[in-house]
Design a protein around this ligand. Structure first.
Ligand SMILES: C[S@@+](CC[C@H](N)C(=O)[O-])C[C@H]1O[C@@H](n2cnc3c(N)ncnc32)[C@H](O)[C@@H]1O
Length: 244
């Protein structure tokens, strides 16, 4: 075993140990809960655009893109555009010649659209306004996806069970073998009931329940547990799905 292999093996062992480390897991969950109460995920930006993600998940997206080399990344839920810019920037850095990002949002505010369109990475981004579960919108995205070889999908829009399940049914078929389907805000299921009192999602009605229902009928996707064990703090527990 050379030095790099030894290093990788130590990383793997450490990540495996976290999986069984109930005290550490409990602490991570408690931290997540407290950070949500304090709106921590709204504190960050990526290359100038606000990104509504935990920094750990930003790192995870970078690792996934580097490892799986998608040439198209479809994202639902644009907000200020930070996650689109993140994906576009990593495609740029890995030297993907045709690498492109499609963002879908039901409401692209004018100032957000202008800032995304003025961004140095805008040539890699297509914005589509409409509901991510509208069959016409899914059709538009599928038409774009048909021109690419390796497609990754990130779902981060409305976080109700019904909506995410419909997104999974609409967009999962577009994901290429070996690529990822990332479902954010699955952590709603792990918070106390009523925690998101101003939102329609709650325990029993959220992206994680949608993922589990989707997986019952879709054996070609598996949850990458290693991704969440590595992160410990993530908005996507059980939400990193890999297509076999
Ligand atoms: C959490 S924000 C997205 C954050 C963004 N991915 C990021 O990391 O910065 C959720 C977005 O989903 C959008 N949204 C809500 N319902 C939607 C729907 N039915 N279809 C598409 N987008 C929707 C909202 O307008 C909002 O911009």
């Amino acid at each position: 075993m050379n030095e790099l292999e030894r290093f990788q093996s130590e990383v793997s062992e450490r990540i495996e140990s976290y999986h069984k480390d109930d005290a550490f897991r409990k602490l991570a969950l408690e931290w997540t809960k407290e950070s949500l109460l304090r709106k921590y995920v709204y504190n960050f930006s990526w290359l100038g655009r606000p990104i509504i993600q935990a920094p750990q998940d930003v790192l995870a997206i970078q690792e996934i893109i580097w490892r799986t080399r998608p040439d198209l990344i479809i994202e639902t839920g644009i907000a200020h555009g930070g996650s689109l810019i993140l994906s576009a920037s990593i495609l740029e850095l890995i030297g993907s010649a045709s690498g492109h990002v499609v963002g879908v949002d039901i409401d692209i505010r004018r100032h957000n659209r202008e800032a995304i369109e003025d961004h140095p990475l805008s040539r890699r981004i297509t914005l589509i306004e409409g509901s991510s579960v509208d069959p016409d919108i899914i059709g538009q995205v599928a038409a774009i996806a048909s021109g690419y070889d390796r497609v990754m999908v990130v779902l981060d829009s409305n976080h109700t069970h019904e909506h995410v399940l419909a997104e999974l049914q609409g967009y999962a078929p577009l994901v290429s073998a070996g690529c990822y389907l990332v479902v954010f805000d699955t952590f709603v299921e792990d918070m106390p009931p009523g925690f998101f009192s101003d939102r329609p999602w709650d325990v029993g009605n959220n992206p994680k329940t949608a993922v589990h229902e989707f997986l019952k009928g879709n054996a070609d996707f598996v949850i990458d547990n290693e991704a969440e064990d590595r992160l410990m703090i993530t908005s996507a527990p059980n939400g990193f799905l890999r297509r076999l």
